[in-house]
Design a protein around this ligand. Structure first.
Ligand code: NAP
Length: 301
């Protein structure tokens, strides 16, 4: 029997693991992908307290080392369902079933899809959702970034160091990213910003490579073709909560309902990080949720 089971080894989940193991409890973290979560896609973090700058990969590695050194077990398995047996939580993965006294759901969010012709066809063949992972493939070439939040602006800045031209396609005339990032982006000479534009379709060749984009100006309705080899989609996030919808209460957008105490409507089940209802989704608030949920879970044992 595991005292605290955590689903998701992102910043929230690993922080919860550090706190729960340090409280002397047995802790297992299940992760189906790489540890670190979304932040591994961020090349340079400048707003995490105590670091002037650190890469997402380095921060994730530090936190993983901290959690495992404290005694947390990290299991690389995919959770398929959760069942309740009285107060015991049965966590079923593709390989095993685990019994836990308390559960912390820290599954985060995934990138939203554009849902335009060509996106699925060229996904992984010119359409990417991770500039840090795939940017190097487009060295010296022309690319487009779609979106107007921190991720899109961060990605465009990163790509402007590698690519010849970076088009940023945003559906409004104002970014929602932090001003410091917008200023940095606008200072880049090889970045061309197309405000008030949406993607109509992603064009490609039969060989399975992207050759361009068709965009539309939402104010004039005019369409235009852009010649690019890569399209980076950065239009926001969707919570990874599908398998929990019968277990805990979700809001209309699919986020698990919880307040700052990270308690769901089910006793002994907590939610930490970006996949819960909250106003501010940042690294620091994910880490804070990890702490709060672990203290809450440990307090029930
Ligand atoms: P986001 O802040 O939700 O921004 C999504 C962007 O995509 C918005 O500009 C939105 O346009 C646009 N968009 C949404 N759906 C669209 C569609 N169907 N077609 C075209 N455009 C669409 O998402 P994010 O940038 O991924 O950031 C997520 C969270 O992580 C945020 O809280 C962000 O602050 C945080 N983050 C922080 C950092 C950092 O601090 N360095 C880095 C990365 C992410 P509208 O503006 O018109 O809504």
């Amino acid at each position: 029997m595991i005292d605290v089971m955590i689903i998701g080894a992102g910043i929230a989940g690993l922080t919860a693991a550090v706190y729960a193991t340090r409280a002397g409890k047995s802790v297992a973290v299940v992760e189906e992908n790489v540890y670190g979560g979304q932040i591994v896609n961020t090349p340079e973090i400048e707003n995490y307290p105590g670091y002037l700058a650190i890469s997402g990969v380095e921060l994730s590695q530090n936190l993983y080392d901290q959690a495992t050194k404290a005694g947390a077990q990290v299991l690389f398995e995919t959770v398929v369902s959760i069942e309740l047996d009285g107060e015991i939580k049965l966590i079923k993965t593709k390989q095993n079933t685990y019994e836990a006294r308390t559960l912390i759901i820290a599954t985060g969010v995934k990138r939203r899809l554009l849902d335009k012709p060509g996106e699925a066809e060229f996904s992984g063949k010119g359409v990417s959702y991770c500039a840090t992972c795939d940017g190097a493939f487009y060295k010296g070439r022309d690319v487009a970034v779609v979106g107007g939040g921190n991720t899109a602006v961060d990605d465009a800045i990163y790509l402007s160091n590698i690519c010849r031209t970076v088009y940023v396609i945003h559906r409004r005339d104002q970014f929602r990213a932090d001003q410091v990032l917008i200023d940095k982006l606008q200072a880049r000479e090889n970045v061309k910003i197309l405000y008030d534009h949406v993607v109509e379709r992603i064009d490609g060749e039969s060989a399975g490579t992207v050759s361009g984009l068709t965009v539309q100006n939402v104010k004039t309705q005019e369409s235009a073709a852009l010649s690019v080899s890569g399209v980076f989609v950065a239009i926001g996030l969707q919570p990874n909560n599908q398998i929990f919808e019968h277990l805990v209460e979700l809001d209309e957008n699919g986020y698990i309902k919880a307040g700052e105490d990270c308690r769901t409507n089910m006793p002994g089940i907590f939610v930490a990080g970006d996949n819960r209802t909250k106003d501010v989704r940042q690294l620091i608030t994910a880490a804070a949720d990890g702490c709060v949920s672990a203290v809450g879970a440990v307090g029930m044992l």
